[in-house]
Design a protein around this ligand. Sequence first.
Ligand code: AMP
Length: 302
Amino acid sequence: MQVITSIHAIQESIKTLKEKRSTIGLVPTMGALHEGHLSLVRQAKKDIDTVVVSIFVNPLQFGKNEDFARYPRTFGNDCNLLSQEGVDIVFNPGAAELYPDGFCTSVIPESLEDKLCGKSRPGHFRGVAVVVLKLFNLIQPDIAYFGQKDFQQTVVIKRIVSDLNTGVTIKVLPTIRNQHGLALSSRNAYLSETERNEALCLYTALTRAKTLANTGTTDAGEILREMEKIISQSKSATVDYISVVHPETLEAVTKAQGGDVVALAVRIGKTRLIDNIILLLLITFSCLILPCKISFLCTQVF
Ligand code: AMP
């Protein structure tokens, strides 16, 4: 496994790979790797000739009072894990390499950046957009892999790829959870044991939302109230947002339907955690109604 830190060296390697017609998969990460990240790597290994994993704690996506300085950095262990998975290249640039003096360009996902996480993390998605676009330009992947856990991020990236015609296929893979349902996250390292237990309220609330929707509740307000009730039982939990949203526009809906996303951010003590589920498409109703419509049409035609 090659570890590359400079822009010049990654461009040279990619040029050689392209000349050999190797397909390239990219898994962008901020390191402190866990099974969630590794699930993306494993999928890339199945799909693609050359797998590149970037490890870069991107200062542009952290607000002034956020955890950039203390974000877990475990580079040696990350490299061991990636080498065991058969990763070909780790791209680990420093901040000055990606953002040299004078860097001033932004990418603004206009109507998506002030929704959900964007409300309490202003500028976050511009930072994500810039770094992902830079990585796409440098690594020119055929496929890039992202986790559903960061749902808004996947929506922003798909939008950018479509709006700016980057020609990269985006694959979004399911959230990996621990045995109790807690979504794996590098930030779980901040949680005490008690907080780790309390953090299960995110998954419990999402599971309740899914059950309600599956049994016919469409009133988003009712779903959200039930979720809030569950979360309020955890002493250290403070809700940042809970919302049922359209999967592409991220607009809040009042009447939930299949494909909509229930997303939430909750602080457990000082640690902000996010999670989400996609509501199932309820096809029972259309299956029942479709034959009626067809027979009605048949009656009219014949
Ligand atoms: P991060 O290092 O947190 O920026 O995450 C890098 C990539 O891994 C992103 O696409 C995340 O959505 C994805 N990821 C993080 N946690 C999980 C998880 N529990 N399951 C699946 N993917 C994840």
